[in-house]
Design a protein around this ligand. Structure first.
Ligand code: ZN
Length: 482
């Protein structure tokens, strides 16, 4: 039987600076989906990476007194460290300076050109380097970009190449209306349709090389480089050409318009299929404030992982941060993070909830010198339907809640209550006791199996402990924090 395919991507990050915890949510969410699909046997590809061309990277390199390539090499490597610290299992970390990507962008441009969708024209407007985009009047407040009020807008007057974006207005409208799964979560589709009602304008897809030198040359015109968004979006094809179209692009809501409107128009023009779903999550704040370099409150994934690594185990530390983000992250609405809140959740759900239960069952097995009737290593746990269904709807938090306490006949809470009622410590009949312990252990293994996409290291630790020849107590997975 042919295998199902699953292709998931995250946004790729600008290399003007190293990513922070605000960028982590989408990587973790995409990782859960990728791991889940691998677990059910799908042929899976997970793409993430860095977006390295354009003014923001070029100017940051200049400020650092470095050549652009040298600078982006450094930032890209440091971004990768951040992503790795969260145990993100990407299949490829693409860089838009990779030669196969550069080649694909040139080919893509030629295809759009062949369709007749590129023309030369004069442009004059205000450009926000942080957004890497021109700003229309409605997006400017007091002369500044509404998203970046501390940055100056650049006045740009250039002769550039334009893409016939307007031509695709009704195609986009129809596609979004006819395919409710195309833009997720639901409300975001309405937002995009409302924006479309104002009408699209053709968009410049190149910059004058004199102004922005750091980019992929326009095929057939050495005086121009390809606009960074046009270049970057194509990474989803160049990163895994055999897997296109993607099942889901996961990105922040600030990138939604580009993904929901420009990217599909580009694909249609170049003759490619469209991705199935574009999922746009909200923003994460820290202690109620926007996370920004200007505010000086940037915190990186590695710092948080180190801070919460139980007994110095960074893989378990990654699970702590993953758990927090999956439970309280900006999946639909914006959300907030604080060290205090992570600590609270760590103690309540990981130390007390999961950790305690694991210790409790292991201790019971040790005291009873438990010997399973059959080799548990051959035990094949099933994935819970509720976990699959909720992941299918990108309900990470709900899927986790099922594992913790929603399931009346299987989850952590249920098992704990079961043990309270059974009082195995009072059971004298060795046979009955063995039977009970067998149930607890297979239940724990089931939980560990379902937990793997979310908290891979924790899941592996639990499996290792309960698939051992002799099940004995071990130091707590998540010692309580004072
Ligand atoms: Zn901006």
């Amino acid at each position: 039987m042919p295998k199902n395919r699953f292709y998931v991507t995250t946004a790729i990050d600008y290399t003007n600076d190293v990513i922070h915890i605000g960028h982590a949510y989408q990587k973790v969410a995409a990782d859960v989906l990728a791991r889940y699909h691998r677990l059910i046997g799908d042929e899976t590809f997970f793409l993430t990476g860095t977006d390295e061309h354009g003014s923001s990277s070029e100017q940051a390199a200049k400020r650092a007194g470095k050549e652009p390539k040298e600078f982006v090499d450094e930032i890209s490597a440091r971004d990768k460290e951040q992503i790795d610290s969260l145990n993100i299992s990407y299949d490829r970390f693409i860089r838009t300076t990779d030669s196969d990507h550069v080649k694909t962008v040139g080919e893509f441009y030629r295809r759009v050109q062949k369709t007749g969708d590129i023309y030369k024209g004069k442009y004059s407007g205000l450009y926000c380097v942080s957004c890497e985009s021109y700003k229309t009047e409605s997006e400017i407040i007091d002369g500044h970009c509404a998203i970046h009020p501390t940055k100056e807008l650049e006045k740009v007057t250039e002769e550039n190449y334009f893409f016939k974006w307007k031509k695709y207005e009704s195609f986009l409208k129809d596609h979004i209306r006819d395919n409710p799964e195309f833009i997720q979560p639901e409300g975001r589709g309405k937002e995009i349709l409302a924006f479309l009602d104002q009408g699209l304008e053709d968009i410049t897809i190149s910059r004058n090389k004199e102004k922005v030198g750091w980019g992929i040359p326009v095929p057939g015109d050495t005086g121009q480089v390809i606009y960074v968004w046009f270049d970057a979006l194509i990474n989803y094809i160049s990163g895994a050409p055999d897997f296109w179209p993607a099942d889901v692009h996961i990105l922040g809501k600030d990138n939604l318009r580009w993904h929901a409107l420009l990217w599909p128009a580009m694909l249609k023009s170049a003759g490619y299929e469209l991705p199935k779903t574009i999922y746009a999550h909200g923003f994460l704040s820290l202690d109620g404030k926007k996370i920004s370099k200007t505010l000086g409150n940037v915190i990186r994934p590695t710092e948080l992982v180190n801070k919460f690594s139980p007994n110095g185990n960074q893989k378990l530390g990654a699970d702590v941060i993953r758990y927090y983000l999956l439970k309280f992250g900006p999946q639909r609405e914006d959300s907030d993070l604080s060290i205090g809140k992570i600590k609270e959740v760590y103690n309540a759900d990981l130390a007390n909830g999961l950790g305690n239960l694991v210790s409790r069952v292991a201790k019971l097995c040790e005291n009873a010198k438990f010997e399973p009737e059959y080799d548990l290593r051959t035990y094949n746990p099933a994935l819970k339907k509720q976990v699959s269904d909720n992941l299918g709807k990108y309900n990470f938090e709900k899927a986790l809640a099922w594992i913790w306490n929603l399931d009346i006949k299987w989850g952590l809470k249920w098992l704990d209550q079961n043990i309270n009622e059974d009082k195995p410590w009072e059971i004298k009949d060795k046979k009955i006791l063995n039977l009970k312990l067998h149930l607890y252990v297979t239940n724990i293994l089931d939980i560990a199996h379902n937990l793997w996409p979310f908290l891979p290291a924790t899941s592996e630790k639990i499996k290792e402990q309960f698939l051992d020849k002799k099940i004995v107590s071990r130091p707590p997975l998540f010692p309580r924090l004072g």
